[in-house]
Design a protein around this ligand. Structure first.
Ligand SMILES: [Zn+2]
Length: 299
């Protein structure tokens, strides 16, 4: 358990939400003096006399087990998180409602995420480069939100704003991504034929966002696109729509593939004609194994 010192600003949860105060004194035995409630103090769970913030000197008592250190914007700044460039600030300002002041760049950080690539995902589908280019353009212009868990019902789950998107193309893909989700053979063929195409989204977050806090500890890196729509399901063998009469194949895991000759079920399907996009979300496990915050030595 964390030990606090005089002057630390701490937060704790109570019936009205999260409350904040500054530590005035610390006790390792007996009861905290000078307050009406009984708070028992021990070496294992020290007690603290705390002055409530914004309440003109009201004192209360709390044990260490109830408290957390406040993670203030300045604390996060000290973590050395990246700042928005001039260009990124201009981009972000395009999405601020008219007549609102522009946000203070000191309150924001910016993070890159790989949001899509041309490999086969866990749902046995994939994008082609032409639609990934459309996706990058959408990320550049639409100002879509970065949410938590694809939770569209809860506005407070919106944590950031996608301010830019770009295409990254390489001849090869890392082995761990080629082999992910058991698709090594398919992905090797795809990369040999098409190269490895990724879409990077740049997201601006308030530095006190829970996403930023968790990412700074390496937790919660996976992301997933939500609310996208595309025109057609394309057969990778015939390179035409599955609905085209000369294509004898079935969409994998599609309702009409049940009971059909397995040799006629396509190994995956291609999403074709992207025309809408809703949000980017932090998720526990991404449908696309390579969709994650850009970490370590990059992508
Ligand atoms: Zn076909």
């Amino acid at each position: 358990m964390e030990n606090y010192k005089i002057g630390d600003v701490v937060v704790w949860d109570c019936a009205v939400g999260t409350v904040k105060g500054k530590i005035k004194d610390c006790f390792n035995t007996g009861l905290i003096p000078g307050i009406k409630t009984e708070v028992k103090c021990s070496k294992q769970n020290p007690g603290y006399l705390i002055e409530l913030s914004d309440k003109n000197g009201i004192l209360i008592g709390k044990n260490a087990s109830d408290l957390h250190l406040e993670i203030s914007p300045t604390t996060v700044q000290n973590l050395g998180l990246p700042k928005l460039t001039e260009k990124q600030i201009l981009k972000l300002n395009q999405f601020i409602p008219t007549s609102f002041p522009n946000p203070n760049p000191q309150d924001l950080t910016v993070l890159d995420f790989v949001v899509a690539d041309n490999l086969v995902n866990r749902g046995r589908s994939k994008w082609r480069e032409k639609d990934l280019i459309i996706l990058a353009k959408m990320l550049n212009t639409m100002g879509i939100p970065h949410t938590l868990d694809h939770d569209w019902e809860t506005l407070s789950k919106t944590q950031g704003l996608v301010i830019a998107g770009e295409i990254l193309k390489n001849e090869k893909a890392p082995d761990n991504l080629i082999s992910a989700a058991g698709n090594k053979k398919l992905n090797s063929e795809i990369v040999n034929k098409e190269g490895f195409v990724q879409v990077i989204a740049t997201v601006a977050f308030p530095i006190d966002s829970p996403i930023v806090q968790r990412l700074s500890m390496g937790i919660g890196r996976a992301v997933s696109l939500g609310g996208f729509a595309f025109e057609d399901y394309v057969c990778p063998i015939c390179e035409t729509s599955f609905t085209y009469k000369n294509c004898p194949h079935y969409i994998p895991e599609g309702w009409d593939a049940w009971g059909e000759d397995p040799s006629l079920v396509a190994p995956y399907y291609i999403r074709d004609g992207l025309y809408d996009l809703g949000e980017l979300s932090s998720v526990l496990i991404a449908n696309l194994p390579g969709a994650t915050a850009v970490v370590g030595n990059g992508v």
